[in-house]
Ligand binder design. Structure first.
Ligand SMILES: Cc1ncc(COP(=O)(O)O)c(C=O)c1O
Length: 411
């Protein structure tokens, strides 16, 4: 017997992915991703690249020329923006109230930043005054924020922060991985300088490429670190005055010239991921970003109505909740992991747990992307109620669906 004979054809089980990412990809995205490859300098491919940039400018509500994809999952976009902008010793200010604020600290430290944190308990958000105080005290080169810290479900308000950053001379970055497409995000209007996000959440795409955008002033700062790798360097290329970017793959200068008219031969484009991103962005542009945000809010709120009607307690400040992630406190006497296990094995539904101080305390439900739909919400509520009843919890049977239906009737 050969060693691989027991390995069958790839055939993943059917799942309804109601955790905070990935969610099920839109079937149109999957169809686009089955198209044959193109060479990366084929005019048909460079046209698709330019279209992708235009689609993401529309979704990000920006005129930034430097809007493109970084291959890799969402953190690839984050790493590219941070390692292209932070030179060793640069001060950065990071408000931290969850796992993904901590991730920014971790990446910034690896870039050699002098990291200054302001902290709040997980699940809370920062006021403009707190951010201003930090900017005044630290005078950082960059303010690094997370728009929606998926680990806690909290949505950090970003309006007004851009003005503060300009007043105190800082560049303004946000990680919009889990919020983009399902929550308001107005890059130019809010004065954002750099934004990274992911495909596998509200965009109904697949993980593997990260849409980013950079303001002209941020791009110019990155350009100061210009350096082209030896094999594709031209005689006219002169290194910039800034420190060389320590990563070749995440060198923002070379990436700008790869996506721009120079078409520098940097990396092999992840063609299939680009096809998927192109189609996902086209679907959202067709729907209209405002409608997509409203859809996420509606279905997130419908799930919440059902959760409340079941007698479960939502986690966190609901006035500052991401539209697309609902946190729920695990009730006393219920084994949270057993609930997740049974939902998966008996209903094919995946929901999330959390991390750090929230580990074992909350479940997290993602209502996003292709799954921000009525049938997905109702199915999840029905299954959750069934599992809780099976585990012996006393709850008002039938009320969750009744509440969600009533919510839908009213909206
Ligand atoms: C807010 C946020 N930032 C960053 C990440 C990291 O993204 P990825 O796992 O796609 O690299 C995630 C993933 O869930 C996230 O929710």
């Amino acid at each position: 017997m050969q060693e691989f004979e027991h390995i069958g054809e790839l055939n993943p089980p059917a799942r309804l992915l109601m955790a905070p990412g990935p969610c099920n990809a839109d079937p149109r995205v999957l169809r686009a991703m089955s198209a044959q490859l193109l060479g990366q300098f084929d005019p048909a491919m460079t046209r698709l690249m330019a279209e992708t940039q235009q689609l993401f400018r529309t979704l990000y509500r920006t005129r930034n020329e430097q809007t493109f994809l970084v291959d890799g999952t969402s953190r690839a976009g984050i790493e590219m923006l941070l390692c292209s902008s932070i030179e060793p010793g640069d001060k950065v200010l990071i408000p931290v109230a969850g796992r993904f604020g901590q991730l920014l600290c971790e990446i910034a430290r690896r870039c050699g930043a002098d990291v200054h944190q302001i902290n709040r308990p997980w699940g809370e958000v920062f006021t403009l005054e707190e951010i201003e105080e930090g900017l005044k005290k630290v005078s950082p080169k960059l303010l690094l924020t997370v728009q929606g810290d998926t680990s806690t479900t909290a949505l950090q308000p970003l309006e007004g922060v851009g003005e503060l950053c300009r007043r105190y001379g800082a560049f303004f970055f946000t990680d919009a991985t889990a919020t983009f497409g399902g929550n308001e995000l107005a890059v130019d209007e809010w004065g954002l300088d750099a934004v990274a996000s992911g495909m596998q959440k509200c965009l109904a795409g697949t993980p593997g490429t990260s849409p980013v955008t950079m303001s002209p002033r941020f791009a110019e700062m990155v350009r100061g670190r210009f350096h082209v790798e030896e094999g594709v360097r031209e005689a006219s290329d002169v290194d910039g005055p800034g420190a060389i970017i320590s990563s070749n793959y995440f060198d923002g200068c070379m990436l700008m010239d790869y996506w721009g008219p120079r078409r520098v031969n940097h990396h092999t484009e992840a063609t299939t991921a680009l096809y998927g991103a192109h189609e996902a962005a086209r679907i959202l542009c067709e729907e209209g970003i405002g409608n997509a945000v409203a859809r996420h809010k509606k279905h997130g709120d419908a799930l919440l109505a059902g959760i409340r009607a079941m007698g479960l307690k939502p986690f966190g400040d609901q006035a500052h909740r991401m539209n697309n992630v609902v946190g729920v406190e695990i009730p006393e006497g219920i084994d949270g992991e057993a609930v997740r296990r049974i939902l998966l094995s008996d209903f094919g539904i995946e929901i999330g747990s959390s991390f750090g101080p929230l580990k074992g305390r909350i479940w997290r439900f993602g209502v996003m992307g292709y799954n921000a739909r009525r049938d997905a919400v109702l199915m999840t509520l029905a299954a959750l109620e069934g599992v809780l009843l099976r585990l012996g919890m006393k709850l008002p049977a039938g009320e969750a669906l009744k509440a969600a239906w009533a919510f839908y009737d009213a909206h």
